[in-house]
Design a protein around this ligand. Structure first.
Ligand code: NAP
Length: 271
């Protein structure tokens, strides 16, 4: 992150400043595991999410190298001015991890509430774009930086009830690649990590905290853990700076693909 071939994740040169990592969605799941992983490697962490009390616990755990920022990424003016809320020592951001995300609107599209669909789009698309747009100029000015967007396998493979969530993750995938196109020669790297099912609070948020349904969904399956995703992210960003992994799709070994299905019933042909 210092302009040489050393990556953010390799053991930092003690004479150089610790890299600063901004993680959205740091109050839970993949974002939280990512914050912990980079903090363990000596990075300074800016932990952003809506639940400040959760972030405060993380600050208590990680110490003075972690700064908490209450941020709702759907509040676009807050998202685009995020650096204004940071103390001077945390304002130079070396790595942005866009992990904040939701999959609201349970069930098929026709029975989903409009507000849930809207919030999914606002969080996963608008919020991610706003934070990225706010941070990019300082990275470009320094000629170095990393952006890691958390996409999903749902962005590549359709499934019933995937509707706007899958579509929002398809946006994240293509946005990441288009960033690469615009940023060629800038020294800024962009990666989209697309995990399969990961055991986090994600399903509980989607299913309205119904513990039985969440238990049915996750079961005793051997899923990815948020730490698995954080470790892959840490590895990818740790590669020499002339190497850019564009997209990483990862799944639990026990998760795979299903065949196309036929509808069980169809209306009579009225043509
Ligand atoms: P999680 O445990 O529910 O964490 C989601 C995080 O997003 C929380 O920290 C939440 O914090 C934050 N968030 C939600 N809305 C926000 C908003 N408006 N502003 C700021 N922060 C917000 O779920 P997770 O699995 O770690 O999800 C992280 C990312 O991984 C998401 O982008 C998700 O789409 C992706 N992903 C998850 C899976 C999976 O199976 N779990 C698979 C593929 C991809 P607050 O509620 O405190 O704001």
């Amino acid at each position: 992150m210092n302009g040489d071939s050393r990556s953010i994740a390799t053991v930092p040169d003690p004479s150089k400043k610790a890299p600063t990592v901004l993680v959205t969605g740091a109050s839970s799941g993949i974002g939280l595991a990512t914050a912990r992983r980079f903090a363990a490697a000596g990075s300074r962490i800016i932990a952003a999410a809506r639940r400040l009390e959760r972030l405060q616990s993380l600050v208590d755990e990680l110490g003075a190298n972690c700064h908490a920022v209450e941020l709702d990424v759907t509040d676009v003016s807050s998202a685009t001015s995020i650096t204004d809320k940071l103390p001077e020592a945390f304002r130079t951001i070396d790595l942005l991890v866009n992990s904040a995300g939701v999959a609201l609107g349970d069930g098929p599209i026709q029975s989903a509430q409009w507000g849930d669909l809207q919030r999914t789009i606002q969080t996963n698309i608008m919020g991610l774009t706003a934070v990225t747009h706010a941070i990019l100029p300082q990275m470009i000015a320094r000629g170095a930086g990393d952006i890691v967007n958390i996409g999903s396998i749902a962005g590549s493979y359709p499934y019933p009830t995937g509707h706007v969530y899958g579509a929002s993750k398809a946006f994240v995938h293509q946005f990441s690649l288009n960033l690469r196109a615009d940023l060629a020669g800038s020294g800024v790297r962009v990666l989209c990590i697309e995990p399969g099912t990961t055991r986090t609070e994600f399903a509980a948020v989607r299913m309205g905290q119904d513990p039985e349904r969440v238990q049915d969904f996750y079961g005793e399956r051997r899923l990815l853990t948020p730490e698995d995703v954080a470790e892959v992210l840490f590895f990818a960003v740790g590669l020499p700076r002339h190497v850019n992994l564009n997209v990483i799709e990862m799944m639990p070994t026990d998760q795979a693909f299903s065949f196309f299905r036929f509808a069980d019933q169809t209306p009579p042909d009225r043509s």
